[in-house]
Design a protein around this ligand. Structure first.
Ligand SMILES: [Mn+2]
Length: 488
């Protein structure tokens, strides 16, 4: 289906001309409705059917991308709990729902598998929506769907329905670039093909004259997923040909060279689009938005890149298990957590997730006294860690059976401090150990990491080993049931 040469691809697409009739809005027979109007109408009609007539609602094909910008793995010991659709999922689901509705004439609506309040967490998504003339109101999220469980899906940007959806729901189409998990073999199309962005696979299905806004949206997704079509990077021929097609049909087409110059028939240059200045500018804006978290408060920072684990404690006679969360935050503690804000936001998040331990792992560049370059890469790469242990419901029940929060805290802190890979030092400039913003009995410690290369991938196994190994891990672990008041 997907052709390597964009011009061949176009000629294939031209065969769709007859089948494709742009929908006409009742009050304007001259123009097709805008993409924003299409989404607004689809959402309203679908929600009306959901509310009034479940049988009619079941006729809709709900186009949905993945839940967290990655693949849900049931075998993983990690559990993704929050879901923030990425730009690929956003663009692919909107575009495929448009194709189903306007080309194939099938009732279809895109669903973002996330809560409405979380739309603002990805600034690059908001930027792409704005460029495509789309309002957040036009999008359907899980918030509006409430308890309703769709029965017919088209999956984009993943190929297996997540465990929170009805397992008996029908999957009628798949367009994805992840590893094929082998489900829904009757889906049609069932296009699962490795490439940089699933938006490229969806773009290959567009009719010859698609809406410019839709092309802009798909272009942003392909560019972000392929580092701007960087040669030798993640971009495949599919990404390059799709990007070329949507770029020339997009709302920014007048700022890039014409298709004939970009890709002469007898001498195509696959990197021509990558070299175009307007494309370079767009990629740098999207990348900056993606890495800029300055619009987010501590609570959102803690949950936007978060993993959760349940660890049994075999060294405690009653054999309890506790929940541990690890948040990776791309900004230094001082920038968002001073004056009690770290403690307040961490405790709020821990209560919402029912955590006993939260590790906050920051990663940032120390730009003190240096000019911040355009790439944002100047300054030394540093990492900090803040650990908070709460005596809340879970720990109350466990401590009734003999494990004190002091023992747990001592075991964790001793293990972190003894580890020769992460090389922690007490953080002298961020002292919250005597904070008045924590509930009674809570424990907290803040470190600087000597080894700035050690990410959550290194910390998570260390925490697992510390908590799940049998017997006292060191002299501090089982130092008596009461013990002296901890200095921690
Ligand atoms: Mn993707």
């Amino acid at each position: 289906m997907v052709k390597k040469n964009p011009l061949r691809r176009l000629s294939v697409a031209l065969r769709l001309t007859e089948a494709y009739q742009p929908a006409q809005s009742p009050d304007s027979m001259m123009n097709a409705p805008s993409l924003n109007q299409f989404l607004t109408d689809a959402k309203a009609s679908y929600l009306k059917d959901v509310k009034e007539d479940p049988t009619k609602a079941a006729a809709w094909t709900v186009v949905m991308g993945n839940e967290a910008g990655g693949v849900w793995s049931l075998s993983s010991l990690e559990r993704l709990t929050e879901s923030f659709a990425d730009l690929d999922t956003l663009a692919s689901s909107i575009a495929y729902a448009w194709i189903l509705s306007e080309v194939d004439k099938v009732l279809s609506v895109p669903l973002l598998p996330m809560e409405r309040a979380d739309l603002s967490l990805r600034a690059e998504n908001l930027h792409a929506l704005k460029m495509a003339g789309l309002s957040e109101d036009a999008l359907l999220t899980l918030t509006e769907l409430a308890d309703f469980r769709p029965q017919k899906f088209a999956l984009v940007d993943h190929n297996r329905l997540g465990p929170t959806y009805d397992p008996n729901a029908e999957v009628v189409a798949i367009i994805d670039h992840h590893h094929d998990e082998g489900f829904y073999l009757n889906a049609n199309p069932r296009t699962i093909s490795p490439c940089g962005s699933s938006a490229s696979l969806v773009a290959a299905l567009l009719p010859p004259e698609p809406p410019a806004e839709l092309c802009t949206l798909l272009l942003t997704a392909v560019l972000l997923d392929t580092d701007g079509l960087k040669p030798g990077g993640k971009a495949t021929d599919v990404d390059r040909s799709s990007a070329l097609f949507v770029a020339t049909k997009s709302t920014i087409s007048n700022s890039i060279p014409p298709l004939s110059a970009l890709s002469p028939i007898d001498n195509p240059d696959p990197d021509a689009l990558y070299d175009a200045q307007a494309i370079k500018d767009l990629v740098s804006t999207l990348t900056l938005k993606k890495t800029d978290v300055s619009h987010l408060g501590g609570f959102d920072l803690l949950r936007r890149d978060y993993k959760e684990y349940t660890h049994p404690l075999p060294w405690v006679p009653s054999q309890p298990a506790i929940k541990v969360g690890l948040s990776t935050v791309p900004a230094r503690l001082k920038a968002w957590g001073s004056d009690g804000r770290l403690e307040k936001d961490a405790v709020e998040w821990m209560r919402r997730r029912g955590l006993t331990i939260l590790g906050v792992l920051t990663t940032f560049r120390d730009t003190k006294g240096k000019m911040l370059g355009k790439s944002g890469k100047h300054g030394k790469h540093k990492r900090e860690m803040a650990w908070i242990i709460l005596q809340e419901t879970e720990m109350e029940q466990i401590s009734a059976k003999g494990l004190t929060i002091d023992t747990l805290a001592n075991r964790l802190f001793a293990s972190l401090e003894a580890d020769t890979e992460i090389e922690v030092k007490k953080h002298k400039k961020f002292d919250v150990e005597k904070s008045s913003h924590l509930p009674p009995k809570a424990k907290v410690k803040v470190y600087k990491q000597g080894n700035a290369q050690a990410t959550r991938k290194a910390i998570a196994p260390l925490v697992k080993k510390t908590l799940e190994s049998t017997g006292p891990s060191d002299s501090t672990a089982e130092s008596g049931k009461e013990g002296p008041a901890s200095k921690y």
